[in-house]
Design a protein around this ligand. Structure first.
Ligand code: NDP
Length: 449
């Protein structure tokens, strides 16, 4: 069968737009993958014939539900819950839950779509899914967060299971929320099913290194990119946006690898500390006290806080956006390039806008897409599931060594696939093509379902 590749790609994208109106982030994520897949369609006409890409762009199941709960003043609150079970070709749906006021169906779908390819790249038997709610845990008491989580799980539990769908954390969902969610699941089902959720506490089925995994993994990935160019982190200035789970442990590992992280942020502003971020104080402010990043500057003499402008104005050689989607735009990309940035590694999901990514790719700046660079979190979640299934518990060193091996393996796979498909060094293309080919093969093997 002859395939007019550009026309086919256009046709698939037009149908995604028509069927999913108003879901800008989902459109953006699909478009980036489709652009990479043109080279695959050129070599594999069977994927056009069997509408493999069209099938992967359509979630297997989308669940939207009401989440009623009562706040500390006795007021009734209503939020909306989501779970998009995107693709189960490689294993049970796997992907985090995000609690943030910006959450809507389009955002959950973009995250779920990315998750399919990310999970494939890890080489672990996990499909792709994502969920969340427009609930904002900020400034809520523990009791409110608990009541919300219990109400959320009272609907979601019926869709979950260790062989069906296995959520984890994401923005706004950390160890506290995972605890409340698991507790309610156990209570409703009367089953201690450890493998139904990951990111659990260490005393009740959690795995060592899961907390650190996404940030550590992104740093290992960056290190692998540098090694491929005969370089290293040693003495390099690094900027990492965000100060949540990914950012904090990204900073920790970059420091261990010899880099110096001089700035980090939250949604209100950023701090610059030329001596290098003091991790102990950062953890105290953000993890223990759940405070604002400005409080770091109040406590550290060498630091100052900036509430306006962009963290990407801070000169650096390595940028690791690790807060949220579309946080680094074309203007920021130009500033980074002008200031001599050589590597951009996405710790967050889709933090760089399409024009920023184009600029990095065109200017020879080493660019790692989130679906490859931040896959360490979900890979370690799969290791948690493995330990739960075998009722085993691995040491920190063993788990970290496994994470490092997985991240270096993902880098090698993206690098080799980019070469094989005629775009050496293009890790966006490498990640999209390698992830797609693995999913597509399984989709074919399962017949038309
Ligand atoms: P956290 O909730 O722990 O931290 C998020 C951080 O980003 C906070 O500092 C937050 O600041 C900041 N942030 C959130 N929204 C915005 C915004 N709109 N503008 C500016 N800053 C913002 O989340 P994680 O660290 O877990 O997640 C960060 C990113 O990494 C997300 O894209 C997530 O999808 C991705 N990711 C996470 C994984 C994980 O294992 N946790 C795995 C793979 C990807 P504030 O407190 O002010 O809101």
């Amino acid at each position: 069968m002859h395939v007019d590749v550009p026309a086919k790609v256009q046709e698939i994208y037009a149908e995604v737009l028509r069927r999913n109106p108003g879901e800008a982030e989902f459109h953006q994520a699909v478009r980036e993958v489709l652009e990479s897949l043109a080279v695959v369609l050129g070599r594999h006409s069977e994927y056009a014939e069997m509408k493999t890409i069209e099938r992967i762009c359509e979630p297997e199941r989308q669940i939207i539900f009401r989440v009623p709960w009562q706040d500390d003043h006795g007021q009734v609150q209503i939020n909306r819950g989501f779970r998009v079970e995107f693709n189960s070709a490689l294993g049970p749906y796997k992907g985090g839950l995000r609690f943030h006021p910006s959450v809507n169906l389009g955002i959950v779908k973009f995250l779920g779509f990315e998750q399919i390819f990310k999970n494939a790249l890890t080489g672990m038997p996990i499909g792709g899914g994502k969920g969340g709610s427009d609930f904002d845990p900020k400034n809520r008491s523990d009791a409110e967060v608990m009541r919300f989580c219990q109400s959320f799980m009272t609907e979601l539990y019926r869709h979950l299971g260790e062989y069906t769908d296995v959520p984890a954390g994401d923005i706004g969902v950390g160890a506290r929320e995972i605890g409340y969610l698991f507790g309610q699941y156990k209570r409703i089902t009367n089953r201690y099913e450890s493998g139904v959720i990951t990111g659990k506490g260490l005393g009740w089925g959690g795995a060592l290194v899961r907390r650190e995994a996404t940030g550590y993994g992104a740093a290992f990935f960056a290190d692998a990119m540098m090694h491929a160019r005969g370089e290293s982190f040693e003495g390099r200035r690094v900027v990492i946006s965000g100060s949540g789970n990914v950012a904090v442990y990204g900073i920790e590992k970059v420091h261990e690898l010899g880099g110096v992280v001089v700035a980090c942020s939250d949604s209100s502003g950023y701090v610059v500390d030329e001596k290098g971020i003091d991790l102990e104080i950062l953890k105290q402010v953000k993890e223990t006290e759940r405070g604002r990043i400005s409080e770091y500057a109040d406590r550290v003499a060498s630091a100052h806080y900036i509430s306006q402008g962009s963290i990407w104005d801070v000169p650096c050689e390595v940028a690791m956006p690790s807060a949220t989607q579309n946080e680094l735009d074309g203007r920021d990309a130009r500033t980074l390039a002008r200031n001599g940035c050589q590597y951009v590694v996405e710790g967050a999901n889709m933090p760089a806008t399409p024009d920023a990514v184009s600029l990095f790719r065109a200017s020879g700046i080493g660019f790692a897409p989130g679906k490859a660079a931040n896959a360490g979190g979900v890979a370690t979640s799969a290791l948690e599931m493995q330990q739960n299934a075998s009722r085993d518990r691995w040491s920190f060193e063993q788990s970290e060594a496994k994470l490092e091996e997985i991240m270096r393996g993902i880098h090698a796979r993206c690098h080799e696939t980019a070469e094989e498909y005629g775009s050496p060094g293009d890790l966006v293309l490498g990640a999209n093509v390698a992830g797609f080919l693995q999913v597509a093969e399984a989709v074919h093997a399962h017949g038309l379902i």
